[in-house]
Design a protein around this ligand. Sequence first.
Ligand code: LMR
Length: 332
Amino acid sequence: MKKRILLVLVVGMVIAMAATAMAEPIIIKFSHVVAVDTPKGQAAEYFKKLAEERTNGAVKIEVYPNSQLYKDKEEMEALQLGSVQMLAPSLAKFGPLGVKQFEVFDLPYIFDDYDQLHKVTLGPVGQSLLKKLEPKGILGLAYWDNGFKVMSANKPLRVPEDCKGLKMRIQSSKILEAQMRALKAIPQVMAFSEVYQALQTGVVDGTENPPSNLYTQKMHEVQKYVTLTDHGYLGYAVIVNKKFWEGLPADIRTQLESAMADATTFANDIAKKKNDEDMAAVKASGKSEVIALSPQERALWKNALIKVHEEMANRIGADLIQEVYQATGFKK
Ligand code: LMR
């Protein structure tokens, strides 16, 4: 009798193991709007590789780059509805979701370099910002770097006054809107996937983005001048649908978290290099004239834009701005 019970148990276990092995993989759809050959595009591919390896194929990551699946605004809705499970939107795109505090990253000249930025993204201020997503049914897993923005147009932008009257495409951030207004330009919110055509047809006159986005979207082919203003930062929060993530088996979640930690290191390691390379490629293309600013010219841009910090303190929270200043050692 005992032998029989043992046999039944063993057979049961073998069947259960075989069933697990044959089970359909868990699919994670990861949608984003940029080209594959960008810091975010590369990091998404690297995360896919690590996640699939570490879960022994129990998870399959389907990466959809270049707005293939959804555009900016739609992808946020799709995540909340569970139609996609993972995104990495720019930090400038969380306002419409009701989490305006992320727009602190958009304040002009708030970070001088990546070291200062990391004091926030890798520190307690960054973590407390991610927590604000939870009531929206979203979990923030990590920050991924992109880089510092340049301005482009069909006329040379050497001093802030050169922007006067220009229609400038921005992401959906009220801080970026205030920034363009401070330059007396006319801000136009537009999905990333529509920018190239809008520049080409003259629907907008200019835009801002880190070199990696400018180059991979070929914006420099339809913009005669690019100014190295480095006036603001653009980076990402990697986010998941909370219900989906918390419903994953604990061991799988741990493996995915370790893949995410390594993909984050990878993203932040390649971001600066990729932007430097892409800026060099823009110069080499000869399609746009690249304008470098003297320290005096840079001071004029900073002077014109820094007032946006105070102007928008009510929207973002004066306390949060102070916390960022303290973390980075910001000086006007
Ligand atoms: C943009 O819309 O300009 C950027 O957010 C695109 C991106 O994801 O880098």
